[in-house]
Design a protein around this ligand. Structure first.
Ligand code: UN1
Length: 511
């Protein structure tokens, strides 16, 4: 058990010790190049959260070798025992929830209430996947022949490579790591370069809970230097990425060449439909949360609001009035409602879409500006931004921005709204506000997306249901719930013939 090795540097919770090494084979190791990079607070870049290893292919190779050695033993540990470690890790996360949430706010920027939710999501994933350790169900079915037994069992795949995003730095790492290890796989994870600490914190909880060395290895660094070699490595049998569709194309292409299992969780441009009969108070409350929670930096963010003409004007006026009052600032301040963009590049993207929207002829009625005076001077802040009278074909209504910029589109009726909602490249999340149960069920059937919420915004997925989407949002896999167990196992069908004679399937028949 690696508890002691992990405790050695005493770094992860110690604000004095700022250098974080990679974690390979239960040891803290420097990158082979000796190079490092900084992780700074996006709300105040004077705050250095930590220095992390700028790793390369050699470090990936060392981590995969460690995972390979660990796999030989880990796959034989009974699944309920593997799951107990995950359960204990969830309990440890409860104890450390506040500390890890604060560290996450410092590295990622989202407000404390949300980072507490992010840690909670990892706890939830821990409990769910721990339960799976006593199930891992497979079908046992009658054989078509006498005296023959037939069933299918789940087996681990082997070494899994994970590439995680910065917006849910602990939750999304947990969606991948926890089912993978319960299923008996070993892992190499590359956390997002903007938010590596939260993945180290999750992994630390797992090792403190008793995970054997080498079962999870963490290699920090950048996509082309770590993510690409990880996806290319011949010993890695499964690759799971959450990121942009652009990166998904690259990683998916690499994985396809060697027939690796590959799960891609990519972009979204999520619609929230508000019909004339909706509870407007609820829709406005939900819309603000969906669009500006996490500074709009969720793949599930409500980035389009499709509003029926009878309530359009009132909805817009009231939503904008509320959006203007949202308190933007450092997420460590409990009164702040919206934090900064993750980094300068993302902020520049957000601001460039404001210009694109204006040039396309959409009407900017709220925000649109960078905030860089006074308390904002050292962070990547911008105002909550609302465009109205947006044409569904405009770029701001089609492309994923990943910032606090929402497009409001008028519609005639539900049919028209669904056509607009489905008229994009992506299909992750969707939402409908109505009191009419017939309309609700029609929308559940017709919205071509992986998630549909009724009378709630497009965010708020729970860990035990499938998470993922259609079209450019992914490649058909689902995280969360049983979908993740499906991804991290290989089926083996088992036939046991106890007839003592050769029985030929499909051939030995009476007729
Ligand atoms: C994401 O949108 O990037 O459903 C993940 C939610 C969260 C997870 C979001 N539980 O909003």
């Amino acid at each position: 058990m690696a508890t002691d090795t992990l405790a050695t540097p005493a770094t992860l919770s110690d604000s004095q010790a700022k250098v974080f090494k990679n974690f390979i084979d239960g040891e803290w190791v420097e990158s082979s190049s000796g190079e490092t990079f900084e992780n700074r607070n996006p709300a105040d870049t004077r705050d250095l959260v930590g220095i992390f290893q700028k790793s390369n292919r050699d470090d990936v190779n060392a981590a995969v070798d460690a995972a390979k050695r660990a796999f030989a033993k880990w796959r034989l540990v009974p699944a309920p025992r593997r799951a107990e470690i995950v359960f204990r890790a969830a309990e440890i996360l409860i104890e450390r929830k506040e500390q890890y949430a604060r560290e996450m706010t410092r590295e990622m920027g989202k407000v404390l209430a949300e980072t507490r939710g992010d840690v909670q999501e990892a706890i939830d994933a821990g409990y769910y996947n721990a339960g799976e350790g006593r199930r891992l169900f497979g079908p046992t079915v009658p054989s078509e022949m006498p005296n023959k037994f037939a069933m299918a069992v789940r087996q681990p795949i082997g070494i899994c490579g994970m590439i995680t995003p910065w917006n849910f730095p602990m939750a999304i790492s947990s969606w991948k790591l926890l089912p993978a290890v319960v299923c008996g796989n070993t892992c190499v994870i590359k956390p997002a370069q903007d938010t590596p600490l939260s993945t180290f914190n999750l992994v630390r909880a797992l090792y403190d809970a008793g995970l054997p060395k080498g079962v999870i290895n963490v290699v920090a660094g950048f996509g082309s230097m770590v993510g690409t070699p990880l996806a290319e490595h011949p010993d890695v049998r499964a690759v799971s990425l959450t990121g942009s569709s652009e990166v998904g194309r690259i990683i998916g292409g690499i994985a396809a060449k060697s027939f690796k299992h590959c799960s891609l969780e990519l972009g979204g441009k999520n619609p929230m439909i508000v019909l004339d009969d909706a509870n407007l108070d609820l829709a406005i409350e939900g819309g603000l949360w969906g669009a500006f929670g996490t500074t709009g930096q969720r793949c599930t963010a409500t980035s389009r609001m499709i509003v029926q003409k009878g309530v359009y004007r009132e909805f817009v006026d009231r939503l904008v009035e509320r959006a203007k009052k949202l308190k933007v600032g450092n997420g460590l301040d409990e009164t702040v409602q919206m934090g900064p963009a993750i980094n300068e590049k993302q902020l520049q993207t957000d601001l460039s879409y404001v210009e694109i929207g204006k040039n396309e002829g959409a009407k900017l009625v709220c925000g649109g500006n960078r905030l860089d005076q006074g308390e904002y001077a050292r962070g990547w802040f911008m105002e909550p931004t609302v465009f109205i009278d947006v044409d569904p074909k405009m770029r701001i209504a089609q492309e994923e921005i990943f910032g606090p910029v929402v497009s409001i589109i008028p519609c005639d009726d539900l049919e028209n709204a669904i056509e607009i909602a489905n008229g994009i490249e992506y299909g992750l999340s969707s939402a409908l506000y109505t009191k009419d149960v017939n309309k609700a069920f029609s929308a559940i059937r017709d919205l071509y997306a992986g998630i549909t919420y009724i009378n709630a915004p497009t965010i708020g997925a729970e860990v035990h249901l499938p998470f993922g989407g259609t079209k450019a949002t992914g490649n058909g896999h689902r995280e969360g719930g049983i979908g993740a167990i499906d991804f991290y196992t290989e089926w083996k069908s088992v036939y046991v013939d106890f007839s003592d004679k050769l029985q030929k399937a499909q051939i030995d028949r009476e007729d």
